[in-house]
Write a protein that binds this ligand. Structure first.
Ligand SMILES: Cc1cc2nc3c(=O)[nH]c(=O)nc-3n(C[C@H](O)[C@H](O)[C@H](O)COP(=O)(O)O)c2cc1C
Length: 186
């Protein structure tokens, strides 16, 4: 059903986007088919470590029960346009961070999901202004992607709901990170 090969012009666009991006197959256990330079810089993982894996590998032993339930609800519900959640992740070197994860779908003209689209942002070490800038970058990435993807017969779904209160989101992420620092993770 799904074609794991990402069209060249989309792969190029992803690679040069200023933010962390990933694409996964809708089939099986959602193996990653592409991660860009922003993802590799953020997580420290080269593509060869993560492509073919489910991205939950970034969660290590973190519980993340609430966040994972939200992500699973999105994946299970085709009518849900997108999802946004904070989730505890670890870089390749073991450094924990609180990932503000955005997920939506890229569909074929027939309406079936070609790829799950995702973007990641470290909200635990950012200032509110940086989160706002990221949100703008994600919004403009999605709007630039829309006509480009259309050329390959792919529809970009899920208009971005901007983070309403970036200071609150940052505060929440920092609190989660400091709770982690006090726990047995480190
Ligand atoms: C394209 C894509 C990117 C994802 N990126 C991340 C990520 O950066 N960090 C993370 O913790 N989970 C990420 N996920 C979510 C997990 O892969 C998984 O869907 C989530 O943990 C819920 O399922 P589970 O409870 O079976 O693990 C991503 C999923 C997809 C499809």
């Amino acid at each position: 059903m799904s074609d794991a090969t990402v069209p060249d012009e989309l792969a190029l666009f992803f690679e040069h986007s200023p933010i962390a991006l990933a694409l996964a197959s809708p089939a099986d256990d959602n193996p990653l088919v592409l991660v860009n330079s922003g993802f590799r810089d953020l997580t420290g993982y080269p593509s060869s470590d993560v492509v073919g894996q489910n991205c939950r590998m970034l969660q290590g032993d973190a519980d993340n029960a609430e966040a994972r339930a939200k992500l699973r609800a999105f994946l299970a519900n085709d009518a849900m346009a997108n999802v946004r959640t904070l989730i505890v992740n670890f870089k390749k070197d073991g450094t924990p961070f609180v990932n503000l994860l955005y997920m939506s779908r890229l569909r074929s003209l027939r309406g079936d999901t070609r790829y799950i689209f995702a973007s990641q942002f470290d909200a635990s070490r950012a200032q509110p202004e940086l989160l706002q800038a990221y949100d703008r970058d994600l919004g403009s990435t999605l709007s630039k992607l829309t006509p480009l993807a259309a050329e390959s017969g792919i529809i970009v779904e899920g208009s971005l709901t901007a983070i309403a209160n970036s200071a609150t989101t940052i505060a929440q992420a920092r609190l989660t990170l400091s709770d982690l620092d006090d726990s047995s993770f480190l």
